[in-house]
Write a protein that binds this ligand. Structure first.
Ligand SMILES: Cc1cc2nc3c(=O)[nH]c(=O)nc-3n(C[C@H](O)[C@H](O)[C@H](O)COP(=O)(O)O)c2cc1C
Length: 232
């Protein structure tokens, strides 16, 4: 798949068949993470790859669903339906129900591979630590995106699960079970599997004019198609 096409057609996949992905393909996906850039090429990422440990996948699914119920459970559909604006009207209430009761987030259970990306601040001999929010989480996110795109280009699906590690106590519990040392912090969970079905494209993105400013903050970028011919 061509890179720009892969970038534009990648989606969050939240339903997996549970089928096994060949080891060689999983290795290709994992290998893509190594090529992500990092400051000073420090490569201060570590990924815990969970494939065989079904109990751990189940736990991550359970924790994700529990946090989803806490986050979305108390909110009425009318207040939050706007999140799903890109869906046809008739699908919104049922989709929202799955978000509210947490069932949408069971997917780590059926993923072939669940990758927990971890970052650290204690990774340089400089007296200034590399702040987690500027460096650690950034490099892990880059590695995760490489794996996300690689999965997609091979015909698989992937989804980023933040809910399982959003709550500090649950994050602790996962670290404890996986043996993650205190100097490392889980940043995100990428679930990779065989997609149940192809997803429609969307949610759509804000237009270029909405997120790109030209030379100064607030001056919308003008797309080539809308530019006046330069006077010769
Ligand atoms: C940092 C981050 C955290 C996310 N957390 C979750 C999550 O906890 N659960 C989930 O199902 N999707 C999660 N997503 C996926 C987003 O919902 C998704 O990327 C966004 O809605 C755009 O949809 P798309 O990926 O299909 O293009 C997360 C994405 C990112 C980058």
């Amino acid at each position: 798949m061509e890179l720009l096409e892969a970038i534009k057609t990648r989606r969050s996949i939240r339903e997996f068949t549970g089928e096994r992905i060949p080891d060689e393909h999983i290795e290709m996906i994992l290998d893509a993470a190594r090529y992500a850039p990092s400051p000073e090429n420090l490569q201060m990422w570590r990924y815990v790859v969970i494939r065989e440990d079904q109990e751990m996948k189940d736990l991550i699914a359970e924790l994700s669903m529990e946090v989803a119920r806490q986050v979305f459970g108390a909110q009425p559909y009318e207040l939050t339906g706007g999140r799903l604006w890109y869906l046809p009207d008739h699908l919104r209430p049922t989709e929202f129900e799955k978000i509210r009761d947490g069932s949408l987030f069971i997917y780590p259970k059926y993923a072939d591979t669940v990758v927990i990306g971890c970052a650290s601040e204690s990774f340089t001999d400089s007296h200034l630590p590399y702040a987690m929010h500027l460096f650690g989480s950034v490099v892990v996110a880059m590695g995760m995106l490489q794996m996300w795109l690689a999965s997609h280009s091979l015909g698989y699906g992937a989804g980023w699960m933040a809910l399982a590690i959003a709550d500090a106590r649950q994050r602790e519990m996962i670290c404890e079970r996986l043996g993650v040392p205190r100097t490392w912090e889980p940043i995100g969970v990428l679930c990779i599997g065989v997609p149940k079905e192809k997803r429609m494209l969307g949610p759509s993105r804000f237009p270029l004019e909405g997120v790109m400013y030209s030379e100064r903050w607030g001056i919308p970028y003008r797309r080539v198609a809308f530019r006046k011919e330069k006077a010769k």
